[in-house]
Ligand binder design. Structure first.
Ligand code: SDX
Length: 391
């Protein structure tokens, strides 16, 4: 504490805002969207119904949801020029880089229709982002595997259309697997919001300067990309594959983690808020066996993940630090079984989190107490001194 400022690295003890959207109790492992427990929503709701709930605070009526869904279907097409944007990138480009860049580029088509102080623009661009981000995500996927882009099919539901955009190929009919559709819907629901996580805080901070939803969401995508945040779901699969390919025992790997050798971490474990089992991880783990079996996939990496979890949860190093699996620990195994490349996993996280980002951007925009985010600092640099010869 110095003068009128408190030094708080990573905002561990600082609330940046009031919010009515999501409630987390880290000790109890509780997560609620607008008061509804995540366990009930994941099993009974849909991605768009929850997007509405997060944005407007109440569950939509059947008519409201129908109109919302219809509006989004009517906005799925991207400007044809935006497809050429991807041809400027190397095929080795990471889909998360493509997603954030294309989202920022998307805003160039809506100059003059993106005034954050114009409620009609805010509503329209909420619809545009919900409709177009999944298409951009699928384009990034197709670009990374060298396949032709597909056009959205507005006769399909949000999730089924997204699956077809990713896995359909021009020359073949595409049949959605209902197991995959339901599993992806549930995974997207589990990612829709998580209060002031790093990427959502980024969206709010960028929005607090008066930047529009496209710029704010593009910034959020970049924050999510980091392996300590959303990028962890990709890092977990890489970690599991490295353990398998190296032939290293899980015991030896965990010892290296505890000794912090080369900064190695047990990716997918630990959380700033949850000091108990992440309720989302519990739901994902429960459905992992069921989904893989239904998809006819037997992946030894799932067993390896369970072995790692069991070992870590019985080890004092992890118990003392209250480290448990988080949402990223098991999701990748399911995405992989669905056929998504590992580098698309964080893109899927971004599609899931988009409604939360937009809901928080909106809450920030309409909160009369919002001020531009501008933290202080504790200066520890050189004292005043003169430039040689200046005096
Ligand atoms: C997400 O904020 C959110 O809500 C995020 C998210 C969301 O929905 O938006 O939930 C999504 O990002 C989940 C987290 C995904 N990240 C990972 O799985 C990466 C591995 N996890 C760690 O990097 C870490 O646990 C964080 C980043 C998640 C949390 O970091 P904190 O709260 O700053 O905790 P910390 O780094 O201070 O760790 C406390 C102690 C340290 O030990 P000591 O140095 O005191 O001895 O626990 C250790 C850490 O070294 N530790 C780990 C560890 N996580 C923490 N040790 C080994 N492996 C780990 N994974």
């Amino acid at each position: 504490q110095t003068g009128h400022t408190t030094l708080d690295y990573g905002f561990v003890n600082t609330s940046a805002t009031k919010s009515a959207i999501t409630y987390i109790d880290g000790d109890q492992g509780i997560l609620r969207y607008r008061g509804y427990p995540i366990e009930q929503l994941a099993k009974n709701s849909t991605y768009l119904e929850i997007a509405w709930l997060l944005l407007y605070g109440e569950l939509p009526t059947a008519d409201e949801l129908g109109e919302f869904d219809e509006k989004i279907r009517r906005h799925t097409l991207l400007h044809e020029d935006l497809k050429r944007f991807f041809s400027a990138l190397p095929h080795t480009a990471h889909p998360m880089s493509m997603l954030s860049a294309a989202t920022a580029a998307l805003s160039t088509y809506y100059e003059g229709q993106s005034d954050p102080n114009n409620p009609e623009h805010v509503e329209l661009n909420t619809i545009r982002l919900l409709a177009k981000l999944p298409v951009i995500a699928a384009y990034a996927h197709k670009k990374s595997i060298g396949q032709a882009f597909l056009y959205p099919d507005n006769s399909m539901s949000f999730v089924d259309n997204f699956l077809k955009l990713n896995f359909g190929v021009l020359a073949e009919p595409y049949e959605v697997d209902p197991v995959m559709s339901r599993a992806l819907e549930r995974l997207l629901i589990l990612h829709e919001d998580h209060e002031q996580n790093a990427s959502t805080s980024t969206v709010r901070l960028v929005g607090s300067t008066g930047a529009n939803q496209f710029s704010s969401v593009s910034a959020g995508i970049n924050a999510l990309y980091g392996p300590l945040h959303g990028g962890a779901n990709e890092a977990v699969l890489d970690m599991l594959a490295r353990i398998r390919d190296s032939g290293e025992s899980v015991q030896r790997f965990v010892e290296r983690v505890k000794n912090k050798e080369d900064g190695v971490k047990l990716m997918g474990f630990g959380h700033r808020v949850y000091k108990n089992y992440d309720p989302r991880a519990k739901l994902v783990k429960e459905s992992a066996d069921e989904v893989l079996e239904a998809l006819g996939v037997n992946d030894p990496l799932l067993d390896l993940a369970k072995e790692l979890e069991e070992l870590a949860l019985s080890d004092d190093y992890f118990k003392e630090r209250r480290l448990y699996p988080n949402v990223d620990f098991y999701t990748g195994v399911i995405y992989k079984a669905m056929g998504f490349p590992t580098r698309m996993f964080t893109v899927l996280f971004a599609i899931g989190r988009l409604p939360g980002w937009l809901a928080h951007w909106r809450e920030m925009q309409y909160d009369p107490q919002t001020k531009i985010g501008r933290p202080q600092q504790l200066y520890v640099g050189a004292p005043a001194r003169d430039y040689p010869g200046a005096v």
